[in-house]
Design a protein around this ligand. Sequence first.
Ligand code: ADP
Length: 402
Amino acid sequence: MNATENERRQTAQGIWQRLRDVLITPLVRGVARLFSSEPGARPVEPASTGDSGIDSLPAVFLAAAVLDPLYIFDRNAEILYANEAADRAFGPVATGASLRLKFRAPEMHALVNTAAAGSEEPVAINYAERVPVERAYRVVASRIGNDTGLFVLLFKDQSEARRIDRMRADFIANASHELRTPLASIAGFIETLRGPARDDAVARENFLQIMHNQTQRMARLIDDLLSLSRLEMKPYLKPGGQVDIARLVEGVIEAMRHLAGESGVVIESAFPAKPILVAGNPDELVQVFENLLENACKYGGSGGRVLVSAEQASPLDEVRLTVRDFGPGIAEEHIPRITERFYRVDVETSRAQKGTGLGLSIVKHILTRHDARLSVKSKPGKGAAFTVHFPPVPPAVQSSGQ
Ligand code: ADP
């Protein structure tokens, strides 16, 4: 009976004994290395153990404390230990089960084989699980100590990072597309003005007006993109100060009367006379209500009127501001998506109304910074109601407002 067979026959108790006696420091070093960036990175030396008690700490405690799925396996790819995160992510396994049967993907076999063959450096692959939900992992295998014959397999879940990468790539593609369209139109008109329309004064005036509109569209888009990026740079910085939100919205309504008149819309408001205080930054809150009122006039203008109301049942209740229009409304399936960047129910209508597709996304960002939220109720043909919910300012902290 050779040494490996002997080793395999050890009881689970014996393995843990061995892990505890021999492997504490190498495992600490191995786990520390796995959490350093990538294979090949300089291993982090464990702190001097001194009399901290780490020498008597069972290795399995350390492995169990790791929040990412982790397996310890031997040269035969038999699983000696799986932590709770591994059981949760991939289902429980019996001690001694084969890692190669547990993970059948060829790239996992190659990874395990390379590690078990004695690779000095940790080895890593990208690995995807498709069921029950799609998840992407960076999987690292590294040996524990020089001659223990034991190895660690650690899964780092990268799904969220990948999702954010994809969103960023989509965002850049969308923003470029939005800018390229007016740019292409301007370039086309310049060509026409240099060529066929060179001596046509009427056409020239007409084309210059279109070019002017297109440059304005690009400027609006850049303004909105800058607003979004400014907000993203300080997402958790809570705006200080208190604002009488009823007076602030009345000011926005006054400023919007002109646009409303152009869309044939009358804005009505129903506000209590006393101040309604919320915590926040007045400039950002003006931007929120400008966007909501502008949308109500642009998209709900056919209803002829927009109603803005404010309510707070008691000083301890949330403050609700609602902008309601009586236009075509928004079909249910679009409502969850309208605050996404560049999402429009109808691209042509939005463009015709000088929309950038970023307005409600800016609104959502600002409200999140204010611990506030937006809710939308709409029935096609019956208009749309956008309600902003602010948390109450406890009376004890209320200053005189502004
Ligand atoms: P846009 O710049 O296109 O106006 P927004 O982010 O402000 O972008 O709005 C996203 C989309 O939501 C709009 O393109 C429009 O389709 C829809 N929408 C917003 N407000 C209303 C409303 N009051 N009535 C109907 N549709 C609306």
